[in-house]
Design a protein around this ligand. Sequence first.
Ligand SMILES: Cc1cc2nc3c(=O)[nH]c(=O)nc-3n(C[C@H](O)[C@H](O)[C@H](O)COP(=O)(O)O)c2cc1C
Length: 207
Amino acid sequence: MKTLLQLNTSIYSSAGQSSRLTDEFVSSWRGRNPQWRVITRDLATDPVPHLTAERFAAFLSKPDERTSVQQTVVEYSDSLIDELRRADVIVLGLPMYNFGVPSALKAYFDHIARAGVTFQYTEKGPVGLLKGKKVYILAARGGQYAGTAFDTETSYVRQFLALLGMTDVEFVYAEGLAISEANKQTSIAGAKSAIHTLTREAWPAAA
Ligand SMILES: Cc1cc2nc3c(=O)[nH]c(=O)nc-3n(C[C@H](O)[C@H](O)[C@H](O)COP(=O)(O)O)c2cc1C
């Protein structure tokens, strides 16, 4: 069964603007193809721990030499990776906090970047092992940064996903949400319209 992974990363859980946009995406996608399974992961209600030296040592440990604590850490990381591996499409809600990604998302990234599992070092540099996925990123921001040098968030997320082999990535921005109520409403309406266009392009037969 084809699977869509909805990944919410707002500190406000489902009430965050980015999470509302992922909900909009999922409902539009489901309307066009009800056969898809949708898995939702919310990093506010189900946070991934910060990476520590102990947790990273567990990732590097040999399977037959792991302590039971290390085994638990590796199994947790493996479960996040399996969920991602099974997803054909990923829709990521991406707030901007203090010019960057939510720390919850960074912790998640730190648990899915595993040499030999999700990417491989080669003589030509790292090669991603999670290929063939489509990623939609729905970004919510108080200010307006897309396309400017201040938007390091977009390039960081693109670069990270590419490391794991995910290079087919589309961004939709809802920006200027803190500028004024009118700006916020216009921006969210524009993002929703872009979302419907993207799902229609993915499922033209259902248009
Ligand atoms: C702690 C915090 C830090 C923020 N930092 C920024 C920022 O650096 N730049 C910006 O444009 N907006 C910033 N904002 C505004 C958020 O990007 C905006 O509220 C957006 O809706 C967050 O997404 P969410 O509603 O899905 O959580 C910040 C908001 C919070 C709560």
